[in-house]
Design a protein around this ligand. Structure first.
Ligand code: FMN
Length: 156
């Protein structure tokens, strides 16, 4: 069997789009930078996202049962860095332009937004893969996606 380091070593060469997943449980808000967002099915519309079991948002995400994803535009690298930095939630959101989505805050200026409701949590080693029904889709003003490859952000 291959090692996790071997998997990481190859996948870091493979470009991934960058999003911020957000959660709101009665005003308790968290956000985390993710590159694991994937479109899984069109009929019904399903997305998936893989979240580390040690991530600080993990338990809140499980209890929320729903989440939003802001697909970042190329100009939003600073936000990607901020929400990956492991700051306390209050610091994450300070000065970030957001608006209220149906289930969680949406980050303004993004390429687009997805809101979703978890229907399956699949155990995936040190992560859980959340499969979710897409509740809403919206396009944003950004025209270039923020992409991560080899620990560097790029515009595509
Ligand atoms: C570009 C990028 C993509 C990431 N994608 C994921 C992801 O898909 N799932 C995940 O659990 N963590 C992902 N992370 C890590 C989290 O953003 C975060 O750094 C980690 O959860 C540690 O912060 P915490 O201690 O607040 O949980 C990613 C980080 C970066 C920089």
């Amino acid at each position: 069997m291959a090692t996790g380091e071997e998997l990481r070593g190859l996948m870091r060469l493979w470009p991934h789009g960058v999003s911020i997943l957000s959660i709101d449980v009665e005003g308790d808000r968290m956000g985390v930078t993710v590159s694991s967002l994937v479109s899984l099915s069109l009929e019904p519309p399903l997305v998936g996202v893989s979240i580390g079991k040690d991530a600080s948002c993990y338990e809140l995400l499980r209890s929320a049962g729903r989440f939003a994803v802001s697909l970042l535009g190329a100009e939003q690298e600073e936000l990607a860095r901020r929400f990956a930095a492991g700051y306390p939630p209050i610091v994450h959101w300070q000065g970030v332009p957001t608006r209220e989505g149906a289930v969680a805050p949406l980050i303004e200026g993004a390429l687009g937004w997805i809101e979703a409701e978890t229907h399956t949590e699949a155990d995936a080693g040190d992560h859980t893969f959340f499969i979710a029904d897409v509740l809403s889709i919206e396009h944003g003003p950004s025209h270039h996606a923020l992409v991560y490859r080899e620990s560097t952000y790029h515009s595509v």
